[in-house]
Design a protein around this ligand. Sequence first.
Ligand code: NAI
Length: 476
Amino acid sequence: MATIKKTALIIGAGTGGYPCAIRLGQLGVDAMLVEKAEPGGVCLNWGCIPSKALISATKLYHKAQHAEHMGVSFQSPSVDMPKMQGWKAGIIKKLTGGVKTLVKGAGTEYVTATAEILGPGRVKLVYPKDEKGVAKPDDIVECEHLVIATGSQPIVIPGFEIDQDKVRDSTGALELDFVPEHMVCIGGGIIGLELGQTFQRLGTKLTVLEGMDRVLGPCDADLAKLVARKIKQDGGEVVTKAMAKGYETREGKLWVRAEVGGETKEYPADVVLVAVGRRPVTKGFGLERLGVTIDERGFVSVDARQQTNVAKVYAVGDVCGQPMLAHKASHEGEVVAEVIAGKKTVNDARSIPNVVFTEPEIASAGMGEDEARAAGHEIEIGKFPFSISGRAMAIDETDGFVKVIIDKQDTRVLGIHVVGPEASDLISEGSLAIEMGAFAEDIALTIHPHPTLGEAVMEAAKHAIGEAIHVGNRRR
Ligand code: NAI
């Protein structure tokens, strides 16, 4: 057992930990990044990237079957799920390999080991066994600064033990190498709908069971409605106020039991996807030995510099609070690196955009209507539908709209919400507008290229101030 001295140690190489490690290296801080599994965390290995790969492949499959009206027809396309999974695995391998290279390139040490906090500034590293079943002796790291970037894990519910066969969490669902005939998604949140629609595009009969009165609770209701409608149009079922209770196996199917408005109902499934949220990972690695404060929802409490109540102990990403988003984690990781390096950096982001890769896509930056009113704003709303956008027609994706929420008095942009084609890319303009404190005129008077989907953002901003060209304005 050796003792290694480091200025900073980061536990967890997900999208919070690895950018922190890279930035620390860039800033000349002697740091080590320790990870027990693959670099990249949930995002690269079992979340954002693999799901987006499957989403894009299944969209292509679906589009190829629905292009006759554009004068393009294909022979009936086929799906080779093992091959699709292999292609997806190749993307993950490239990206996770890239993470290690970037960390090392920045001058930070990367170590594969399980970290256990022994006490203030002391962390034990337990190395994995090699193919002969032998592991290197444990090491002790003595560090001045410690960054907790341990992420989150899926919540499990009684009655649905995850076996990654019939009953899967998102990790298991992303590994499916066949197309189930019936899928029941428990939870109509981001994961349930993104993955549910992925398999629906391949022909799976989808049932979404959502406990609340609508799907995608945190998203603007206007936008979420379109996704629920699309699932139904594509032959699926969305059951709200439905609490899943358990299942039994009959006739080769799982029959999922749910309480729906006081009645017990059953839904058939070949695969059940449990996606009822995630919880922070704060246990099992000695964090309690430091006396770090955990809030009532189980997250590590941090201040605007990502510092916990214990000096020189920081937390970033899913482990320290909502929203559980990769880009929020990365930003926090970079903030911590600068704090450790002695800079006066704080996390004062005005906007953490939210993107949901459903069909149609949803993306938001800033406040929703209710939130803006609750914050005391008198608001004006500008809207532009993709149904009258030339570009949307040309790519044959006309569902959805852009909604811009501004303060009625000074026209400052409070929120931008997009549901429709490429919403995930369009929202960056909205995020920048909010971060820069833009007024509606800043977007409206910026020349947007034609013909693009981005023009819809400009038109919605113009509409908010009564100056839209391609859609009727309200009298102001
Ligand atoms: P979620 O919090 O988005 O949705 C879970 C849903 O399950 C809620 O609507 C809840 O009401 C419902 N629910 C809970 N218990 C239930 C029960 N017994 N029966 C029926 N419904 C029940 O959680 P999800 O989808 O698991 O995603 C977890 C996290 O992962 C999210 O916080 C999200 O931020 C992140 N994520 C982000 C993505 C993105 O940015 N595109 C993609 C995937 C995940």
